[in-house]
Design a protein around this ligand. Structure first.
Ligand SMILES: Cc1cc2nc3c(=O)[nH]c(=O)nc-3n(C[C@H](O)[C@H](O)[C@H](O)COP(=O)(O)O)c2cc1C
Length: 364
Protein backbone atom coordinates (compact mmCIF):
# COMPACT_ATOMS: atom_id res chain seq x y z
CA UNK A 1 0.00 0.00 0.00
CA UNK A 2 2.29 2.76 -1.23
CA UNK A 3 0.24 5.72 0.03
CA UNK A 4 -0.69 4.16 3.37
CA UNK A 5 1.52 4.31 6.46
CA UNK A 6 1.17 2.51 9.80
CA UNK A 7 3.06 2.33 13.05
CA UNK A 8 1.55 0.82 16.20
CA UNK A 9 -1.88 2.43 16.67
CA UNK A 10 -1.51 5.25 14.16
CA UNK A 11 -2.55 4.80 10.53
CA UNK A 12 -2.41 7.27 7.67
CA UNK A 13 -3.74 7.04 4.12
CA UNK A 14 -3.20 9.83 1.58
CA UNK A 15 -5.09 10.11 -1.71
CA UNK A 16 -5.43 12.41 -4.71
CA UNK A 17 -3.67 13.90 -7.72
CA UNK A 18 -2.28 17.40 -8.28
CA UNK A 19 -4.82 18.38 -10.94
CA UNK A 20 -7.71 16.07 -9.99
CA UNK A 21 -10.75 17.06 -7.94
CA UNK A 22 -8.81 17.18 -4.69
CA UNK A 23 -6.41 15.54 -2.31
CA UNK A 24 -6.90 14.28 1.22
CA UNK A 25 -6.07 12.05 4.11
CA UNK A 26 -7.58 9.61 6.56
CA UNK A 27 -5.76 9.71 9.92
CA UNK A 28 -6.77 6.95 12.33
CA UNK A 29 -5.55 6.54 15.90
CA UNK A 30 -5.52 10.07 17.33
CA UNK A 31 -6.84 9.50 20.86
CA UNK A 32 -10.37 10.73 21.61
CA UNK A 33 -10.34 13.99 23.54
CA UNK A 34 -7.35 15.47 21.67
CA UNK A 35 -8.02 19.19 21.10
CA UNK A 36 -7.57 20.48 17.54
CA UNK A 37 -7.11 24.26 17.46
CA UNK A 38 -8.08 25.18 13.90
CA UNK A 39 -6.20 28.52 13.57
CA UNK A 40 -2.97 26.78 14.69
CA UNK A 41 -3.57 23.96 12.21
CA UNK A 42 -4.28 26.40 9.35
CA UNK A 43 -1.20 28.51 10.22
CA UNK A 44 0.95 25.34 10.08
CA UNK A 45 -0.49 24.36 6.69
CA UNK A 46 -0.03 27.92 5.41
CA UNK A 47 3.74 27.55 5.91
CA UNK A 48 3.73 24.78 3.24
CA UNK A 49 1.15 26.31 0.90
CA UNK A 50 2.34 27.39 -2.57
CA UNK A 51 2.38 30.89 -4.03
CA UNK A 52 3.17 32.70 -0.79
CA UNK A 53 6.80 33.82 -1.39
CA UNK A 54 9.26 34.50 -4.24
CA UNK A 55 11.12 31.27 -3.39
CA UNK A 56 8.04 29.14 -4.11
CA UNK A 57 5.95 28.11 -7.13
CA UNK A 58 3.47 30.77 -8.29
CA UNK A 59 0.61 28.26 -8.04
CA UNK A 60 -1.88 29.79 -5.58
CA UNK A 61 -4.04 27.37 -3.58
CA UNK A 62 -6.20 28.27 -0.57
CA UNK A 63 -5.34 24.80 0.80
CA UNK A 64 -8.16 24.89 3.33
CA UNK A 65 -8.94 21.39 4.59
CA UNK A 66 -12.57 20.33 4.92
CA UNK A 67 -12.77 17.97 7.91
CA UNK A 68 -15.39 15.33 7.12
CA UNK A 69 -15.22 13.03 10.12
CA UNK A 70 -13.60 12.12 13.41
CA UNK A 71 -13.89 15.49 15.19
CA UNK A 72 -16.75 17.39 16.83
CA UNK A 73 -17.16 21.05 17.85
CA UNK A 74 -15.14 21.70 20.99
CA UNK A 75 -16.97 24.51 22.75
CA UNK A 76 -15.82 27.44 20.61
CA UNK A 77 -15.67 27.98 16.85
CA UNK A 78 -11.85 27.61 16.77
CA UNK A 79 -11.67 24.22 18.48
CA UNK A 80 -12.58 20.66 17.56
CA UNK A 81 -12.26 17.61 19.78
CA UNK A 82 -11.06 14.34 18.22
CA UNK A 83 -13.59 11.53 18.60
CA UNK A 84 -10.90 8.81 18.48
CA UNK A 85 -12.31 7.49 15.17
CA UNK A 86 -10.75 8.13 11.71
CA UNK A 87 -10.27 11.83 10.94
CA UNK A 88 -10.88 12.37 7.22
CA UNK A 89 -10.07 15.64 5.45
CA UNK A 90 -10.23 16.75 1.84
CA UNK A 91 -8.53 19.73 0.16
CA UNK A 92 -9.99 20.80 -3.19
CA UNK A 93 -7.63 21.66 -6.07
CA UNK A 94 -8.49 25.03 -7.56
CA UNK A 95 -5.53 26.66 -9.38
CA UNK A 96 -4.69 23.99 -11.98
CA UNK A 97 -3.07 24.78 -15.37
CA UNK A 98 -3.11 21.31 -16.90
CA UNK A 99 -2.13 22.52 -20.36
CA UNK A 100 1.34 23.39 -18.97
CA UNK A 101 1.82 19.63 -18.73
CA UNK A 102 0.48 18.61 -22.14
CA UNK A 103 3.92 17.75 -23.63
CA UNK A 104 4.80 15.78 -20.50
CA UNK A 105 2.34 13.10 -21.56
CA UNK A 106 5.32 11.80 -23.54
CA UNK A 107 8.42 13.79 -22.50
CA UNK A 108 9.96 12.64 -19.20
CA UNK A 109 11.12 15.44 -16.88
CA UNK A 110 14.70 14.53 -15.91
CA UNK A 111 14.84 14.06 -12.13
CA UNK A 112 11.05 13.65 -11.78
CA UNK A 113 8.80 10.57 -11.53
CA UNK A 114 7.16 10.88 -14.98
CA UNK A 115 9.12 8.05 -16.65
CA UNK A 116 9.16 5.66 -13.69
CA UNK A 117 5.48 6.41 -12.93
CA UNK A 118 4.60 5.56 -16.54
CA UNK A 119 6.36 2.19 -16.14
CA UNK A 120 4.85 1.47 -12.72
CA UNK A 121 1.24 2.22 -13.72
CA UNK A 122 1.37 0.84 -17.30
CA UNK A 123 0.88 4.33 -18.72
CA UNK A 124 -2.44 4.93 -16.94
CA UNK A 125 -1.20 7.34 -14.24
CA UNK A 126 -2.46 10.95 -14.21
CA UNK A 127 0.60 12.96 -15.30
CA UNK A 128 -1.05 16.41 -14.94
CA UNK A 129 0.97 18.44 -12.44
CA UNK A 130 2.94 15.31 -11.50
CA UNK A 131 -0.31 13.51 -10.51
CA UNK A 132 0.11 11.46 -7.33
CA UNK A 133 3.89 12.16 -7.45
CA UNK A 134 3.30 15.87 -6.92
CA UNK A 135 4.51 17.59 -3.78
CA UNK A 136 0.92 18.82 -3.52
CA UNK A 137 0.35 15.49 -1.75
CA UNK A 138 2.38 16.89 1.15
CA UNK A 139 -0.61 19.15 2.01
CA UNK A 140 -2.57 16.24 3.53
CA UNK A 141 0.66 14.99 5.14
CA UNK A 142 1.08 18.39 6.79
CA UNK A 143 -2.60 18.37 7.85
CA UNK A 144 -2.05 15.01 9.59
CA UNK A 145 1.27 16.22 11.00
CA UNK A 146 -0.39 19.38 12.32
CA UNK A 147 -2.89 17.29 14.28
CA UNK A 148 -0.08 15.04 15.57
CA UNK A 149 1.89 18.14 16.62
CA UNK A 150 -1.09 19.33 18.66
CA UNK A 151 -1.54 15.87 20.20
CA UNK A 152 2.17 15.79 21.11
CA UNK A 153 2.02 19.33 22.52
CA UNK A 154 -0.82 18.20 24.81
CA UNK A 155 1.58 15.45 26.00
CA UNK A 156 4.40 17.99 26.61
CA UNK A 157 6.31 17.35 23.38
CA UNK A 158 7.11 20.20 20.95
CA UNK A 159 8.33 19.70 17.38
CA UNK A 160 9.92 22.30 15.09
CA UNK A 161 12.30 22.73 12.16
CA UNK A 162 14.29 25.22 10.11
CA UNK A 163 16.27 25.48 6.88
CA UNK A 164 19.77 24.27 7.84
CA UNK A 165 21.28 25.12 4.44
CA UNK A 166 20.40 25.81 0.81
CA UNK A 167 22.92 25.65 -2.03
CA UNK A 168 25.72 25.32 0.54
CA UNK A 169 24.73 28.50 2.46
CA UNK A 170 24.22 27.55 6.10
CA UNK A 171 21.91 28.75 8.88
CA UNK A 172 22.93 28.42 12.54
CA UNK A 173 22.22 24.77 13.55
CA UNK A 174 20.01 23.88 16.54
CA UNK A 175 21.96 23.56 19.80
CA UNK A 176 21.37 19.79 20.25
CA UNK A 177 21.31 20.09 24.07
CA UNK A 178 19.46 23.38 24.60
CA UNK A 179 17.13 23.55 21.56
CA UNK A 180 13.69 24.68 22.73
CA UNK A 181 10.20 25.66 21.57
CA UNK A 182 11.27 29.34 21.30
CA UNK A 183 13.72 28.33 18.52
CA UNK A 184 10.87 26.62 16.66
CA UNK A 185 8.64 29.68 16.97
CA UNK A 186 11.42 32.04 15.80
CA UNK A 187 12.04 30.02 12.62
CA UNK A 188 8.33 29.49 11.91
CA UNK A 189 7.65 33.22 12.12
CA UNK A 190 10.07 34.00 9.26
CA UNK A 191 9.25 33.89 5.57
CA UNK A 192 12.60 32.09 5.11
CA UNK A 193 12.41 29.75 8.15
CA UNK A 194 15.91 30.13 9.61
CA UNK A 195 17.39 30.91 13.03
CA UNK A 196 19.86 33.54 11.74
CA UNK A 197 18.10 36.27 9.78
CA UNK A 198 21.26 37.39 7.95
CA UNK A 199 21.80 33.82 6.70
CA UNK A 200 18.15 33.76 5.64
CA UNK A 201 18.70 36.86 3.50
CA UNK A 202 21.72 35.29 1.77
CA UNK A 203 19.77 32.08 1.19
CA UNK A 204 16.78 33.95 -0.31
CA UNK A 205 19.15 35.80 -2.69
CA UNK A 206 20.76 32.51 -3.80
CA UNK A 207 17.33 30.98 -4.50
CA UNK A 208 16.29 34.04 -6.52
CA UNK A 209 19.55 33.86 -8.50
CA UNK A 210 18.90 30.19 -9.26
CA UNK A 211 15.40 31.09 -10.48
CA UNK A 212 16.80 33.83 -12.76
CA UNK A 213 19.34 31.28 -14.10
CA UNK A 214 16.41 28.94 -14.93
CA UNK A 215 17.91 26.56 -12.38
CA UNK A 216 17.10 25.23 -8.87
CA UNK A 217 18.87 24.51 -5.58
CA UNK A 218 18.84 21.71 -3.01
CA UNK A 219 19.34 21.95 0.73
CA UNK A 220 18.91 20.46 4.18
CA UNK A 221 16.11 20.80 6.76
CA UNK A 222 16.92 20.25 10.43
CA UNK A 223 14.06 19.22 12.75
CA UNK A 224 13.94 18.58 16.48
CA UNK A 225 11.56 17.38 19.17
CA UNK A 226 11.83 18.38 22.82
CA UNK A 227 10.01 16.87 25.80
CA UNK A 228 9.85 13.34 24.37
CA UNK A 229 9.93 10.95 27.34
CA UNK A 230 12.93 8.62 27.68
CA UNK A 231 12.55 4.90 26.98
CA UNK A 232 10.25 5.09 23.91
CA UNK A 233 11.01 3.00 20.80
CA UNK A 234 12.43 -0.41 19.98
CA UNK A 235 15.73 -1.91 18.82
CA UNK A 236 16.26 -3.46 15.38
CA UNK A 237 13.42 -2.60 12.97
CA UNK A 238 11.08 -0.66 15.24
CA UNK A 239 13.49 2.08 16.31
CA UNK A 240 12.75 5.79 16.28
CA UNK A 241 15.15 6.18 13.31
CA UNK A 242 13.38 3.42 11.34
CA UNK A 243 9.91 4.85 11.90
CA UNK A 244 10.91 8.47 11.23
CA UNK A 245 12.68 7.35 8.02
CA UNK A 246 9.70 5.37 6.76
CA UNK A 247 7.53 8.48 6.79
CA UNK A 248 10.15 11.15 5.99
CA UNK A 249 11.16 9.36 2.78
CA UNK A 250 7.51 9.75 1.75
CA UNK A 251 8.21 13.45 1.26
CA UNK A 252 9.14 13.93 -2.40
CA UNK A 253 12.76 14.97 -3.07
CA UNK A 254 14.08 13.72 0.31
CA UNK A 255 17.30 11.89 -0.58
CA UNK A 256 19.07 11.59 2.75
CA UNK A 257 18.23 11.48 6.44
CA UNK A 258 20.59 11.65 9.37
CA UNK A 259 20.12 11.51 13.12
CA UNK A 260 22.18 13.53 15.57
CA UNK A 261 25.74 13.77 14.26
CA UNK A 262 24.69 11.49 11.36
CA UNK A 263 27.40 11.09 8.71
CA UNK A 264 29.68 13.27 10.88
CA UNK A 265 30.10 10.23 13.17
CA UNK A 266 32.22 8.68 10.42
CA UNK A 267 34.93 11.25 11.12
CA UNK A 268 34.80 11.16 14.95
CA UNK A 269 36.55 9.13 17.63
CA UNK A 270 34.53 7.36 20.33
CA UNK A 271 35.84 9.63 23.05
CA UNK A 272 34.35 12.62 21.21
CA UNK A 273 31.22 10.92 19.87
CA UNK A 274 30.01 9.42 23.18
CA UNK A 275 27.68 11.71 25.14
CA UNK A 276 28.71 11.62 28.83
CA UNK A 277 25.78 10.85 31.16
CA UNK A 278 25.18 12.83 34.36
CA UNK A 279 22.45 13.27 36.98
CA UNK A 280 20.63 16.62 36.89
CA UNK A 281 18.71 16.44 40.18
CA UNK A 282 16.64 13.29 39.71
CA UNK A 283 16.90 13.37 35.90
CA UNK A 284 19.34 11.49 33.65
CA UNK A 285 20.89 13.79 31.03
CA UNK A 286 23.89 13.85 28.72
CA UNK A 287 26.42 16.71 28.54
CA UNK A 288 26.49 16.61 24.74
CA UNK A 289 23.89 15.18 22.35
CA UNK A 290 25.72 13.77 19.33
CA UNK A 291 23.27 10.86 19.47
CA UNK A 292 20.37 13.18 18.65
CA UNK A 293 18.32 11.83 21.56
CA UNK A 294 18.22 8.22 20.30
CA UNK A 295 20.27 5.25 21.63
CA UNK A 296 19.53 1.71 20.48
CA UNK A 297 16.45 2.98 18.61
CA UNK A 298 15.02 4.23 21.94
CA UNK A 299 14.64 7.82 23.17
CA UNK A 300 17.19 8.96 25.78
CA UNK A 301 15.14 11.94 27.00
CA UNK A 302 17.51 14.41 25.28
CA UNK A 303 16.18 16.44 22.29
CA UNK A 304 15.65 14.39 19.15
CA UNK A 305 17.53 16.05 16.27
CA UNK A 306 17.32 14.95 12.63
CA UNK A 307 18.37 16.33 9.24
CA UNK A 308 16.68 15.74 5.86
CA UNK A 309 18.57 16.40 2.61
CA UNK A 310 16.50 17.58 -0.37
CA UNK A 311 17.60 17.45 -3.98
CA UNK A 312 17.19 20.53 -6.24
CA UNK A 313 13.71 20.90 -7.81
CA UNK A 314 13.74 18.69 -10.93
CA UNK A 315 11.46 20.98 -13.03
CA UNK A 316 13.77 23.76 -14.24
CA UNK A 317 12.86 25.92 -17.21
CA UNK A 318 16.13 25.73 -19.19
CA UNK A 319 16.08 23.26 -22.12
CA UNK A 320 17.01 19.71 -21.03
CA UNK A 321 17.86 16.49 -22.84
CA UNK A 322 15.26 13.77 -22.37
CA UNK A 323 13.29 11.08 -24.18
CA UNK A 324 9.76 10.70 -25.50
CA UNK A 325 8.91 7.54 -23.58
CA UNK A 326 5.99 6.58 -25.80
CA UNK A 327 7.63 7.05 -29.20
CA UNK A 328 11.07 6.01 -27.81
CA UNK A 329 12.97 8.94 -29.34
CA UNK A 330 15.46 11.47 -27.98
CA UNK A 331 13.98 14.91 -27.33
CA UNK A 332 14.55 18.35 -25.81
CA UNK A 333 12.19 19.45 -23.03
CA UNK A 334 11.35 23.05 -22.14
CA UNK A 335 9.20 23.12 -19.00
CA UNK A 336 6.53 25.82 -18.95
CA UNK A 337 4.73 25.09 -15.63
CA UNK A 338 5.06 26.95 -12.31
CA UNK A 339 7.68 25.38 -10.04
CA UNK A 340 9.55 26.02 -6.81
CA UNK A 341 13.12 27.22 -7.56
CA UNK A 342 13.94 25.46 -4.27
CA UNK A 343 11.61 23.08 -2.44
CA UNK A 344 13.39 23.41 0.92
CA UNK A 345 11.56 26.40 2.53
CA UNK A 346 8.16 24.79 1.85
CA UNK A 347 9.52 21.40 2.94
CA UNK A 348 10.27 22.62 6.49
CA UNK A 349 6.71 21.96 7.78
CA UNK A 350 6.69 18.66 5.83
CA UNK A 351 9.70 17.41 7.84
CA UNK A 352 8.11 18.70 11.06
CA UNK A 353 4.96 16.78 10.10
CA UNK A 354 6.87 13.56 9.40
CA UNK A 355 8.70 13.75 12.74
CA UNK A 356 5.46 14.57 14.60
CA UNK A 357 3.53 11.69 12.98
CA UNK A 358 6.33 9.23 13.76
CA UNK A 359 6.64 10.33 17.41
CA UNK A 360 2.87 10.51 17.92
CA UNK A 361 2.61 6.90 16.75
CA UNK A 362 4.74 5.83 19.75
CA UNK A 363 2.58 7.70 22.28
CA UNK A 364 -0.99 7.43 20.89
C1 LIG B 1 7.41 21.13 -0.79
C2 LIG B 1 7.88 20.52 -2.07
C3 LIG B 1 7.66 21.22 -3.26
C4 LIG B 1 8.09 20.69 -4.48
N1 LIG B 1 7.86 21.41 -5.61
C5 LIG B 1 8.28 20.91 -6.82
C6 LIG B 1 8.08 21.66 -8.02
O1 LIG B 1 7.56 22.78 -8.02
N2 LIG B 1 8.51 21.09 -9.18
C7 LIG B 1 9.13 19.88 -9.23
O2 LIG B 1 9.51 19.43 -10.30
N3 LIG B 1 9.35 19.15 -8.11
C8 LIG B 1 8.94 19.65 -6.91
N4 LIG B 1 9.16 18.91 -5.77
C9 LIG B 1 9.91 17.63 -5.85
C10 LIG B 1 9.23 16.54 -6.62
O3 LIG B 1 7.90 16.33 -6.18
C11 LIG B 1 10.04 15.23 -6.56
O4 LIG B 1 11.39 15.49 -6.84
C12 LIG B 1 9.50 14.20 -7.54
O5 LIG B 1 8.22 13.77 -7.11
C13 LIG B 1 10.38 12.98 -7.73
O6 LIG B 1 10.53 12.28 -6.52
P1 LIG B 1 11.96 12.07 -5.84
O7 LIG B 1 12.70 13.37 -5.98
O8 LIG B 1 11.64 11.76 -4.40
O9 LIG B 1 12.65 10.95 -6.56
C14 LIG B 1 8.75 19.42 -4.53
C15 LIG B 1 8.96 18.72 -3.32
C16 LIG B 1 8.54 19.26 -2.10
C17 LIG B 1 8.79 18.52 -0.83
Amino acid sequence: MPSTWNNRNLHLSIFGESHGGGIGVVLDGIPGGTKIHLPTLRAFMERRAPGRTSTSTKRKEADLPEILSGALPGGDEDTLIACGTPIAAVIRNTDTHSKDYSQMAALARPGHGDYTGHLRYNGFNDVRGGGHFSARLTAPLVFAGGICKQYLSQRGVEVGAHVLSIGGIGDKPFDPVRVCAADFEAAAARQMPVLDQAAGQRIAEAVEQARLNQDSLGGVVEAAAVGMPAGIGDPMFGGIENVVSSIAFGIPAVKGLSFGEGFGFGEMSGSLANDPFYMDGGEVKTETNHAGGILGGITSGMPIVIQAAFKPTPSISRPQKTIDYINKTDAILEIKGRHDPCVVPRAVPCVEAALAIALASFLA
